[in-house]
Design a protein around this ligand. Structure first.
Ligand SMILES: [Zn+2]
Length: 216
């Protein structure tokens, strides 16, 4: 169980990450949501409809595994079901970040799959980034569409919507979201240049093995 100072630090960390993502244009208006697991039935999550660029620790809500608010005023993020599904499916995941990064979201609005053979460190730290089928945002459908991908991937694009990253803690989930956007940006920019050079297949095997070690 977490109380007092540690709980405050986690609320503060969610605010810091919200501000960073907003500064990076990944959370326009009141978009996106961030959560962290405290123990086996308590989570902190951002409130719905408020800009994540200006959050105060007191605005972060404490909820249980059913989504019931245990502490705080306001309504939890509309994507609460998606966050809870990630925690239910993955014991190794303790933080979830959902954002609308412009390059990654652009990719999700096409029929192209995000290439996984362009940047070595992206492969090692995030692995493959698939795109989950379209679902109406903030509905049970989104959680159902993305659940099969949560079982085996740490970052997923949401078709015509945005991206979600899973981490062992808040920093890890934030860094993965940052990399998702970086990889998407590189993929789009390289598409504008001739003579694209992808990582050779034999080296990809080595990188995927490194990715497996890095993420376990
Ligand atoms: Zn969204």
């Amino acid at each position: 169980m977490l109380f007092g100072y540690k709980m405050f630090k986690l609320r503060q960390k969610i605010c810091d990450i919200g501000n960073r993502l907003w500064m990076m244009s990944m959370l326009p208006a009141g978009d996106g949501n961030i959560s962290v697991r405290l123990d086996n039935n308590r989570y902190l999550i951002t409130p719905s409809g408020i800009s994540k660029g200006f959050l105060e620790p007191g605005q972060i809500l404490l909820i249980d595994g059913s989504g019931k608010v245990l502490d705080g005023k306001g309504t939890p993020s509309s994507e609460i079901i998606m966050h809870l599904v990630a925690y239910r499916l993955r014991g190794d995941v303790n933080a979830v970040v959902h954002a609308h990064p412009p390059y990654a979201t652009s990719f999700s609005c096409t029929n192209n799959t995000l290439p996984d053979n362009l940047i070595s460190e992206g492969i090692i730290k995030v692995g493959k980034i698939p795109t989950a089928p379209f679902a109406i945002p903030s509905s049970k459908d989104t959680a159902e569409a993305v659940a099969p991908y949560f079982r085996q991937y740490n970052a997923v694009l949401l078709k015509n919507h945005g991206a979600v990253s899973l981490g062992k803690d808040l920093d890890d989930a934030f860094l993965k979201m940052e990399l998702v956007e970086h990889i998407s940006k590189i993929a789009i920019l390289t598409n504008l240049i001739d003579n694209l050079q992808q990582i050779p297949e034999d080296k990809m095997k080595e990188l995927l093995e490194l990715a497996r070690k890095f993420n376990t």
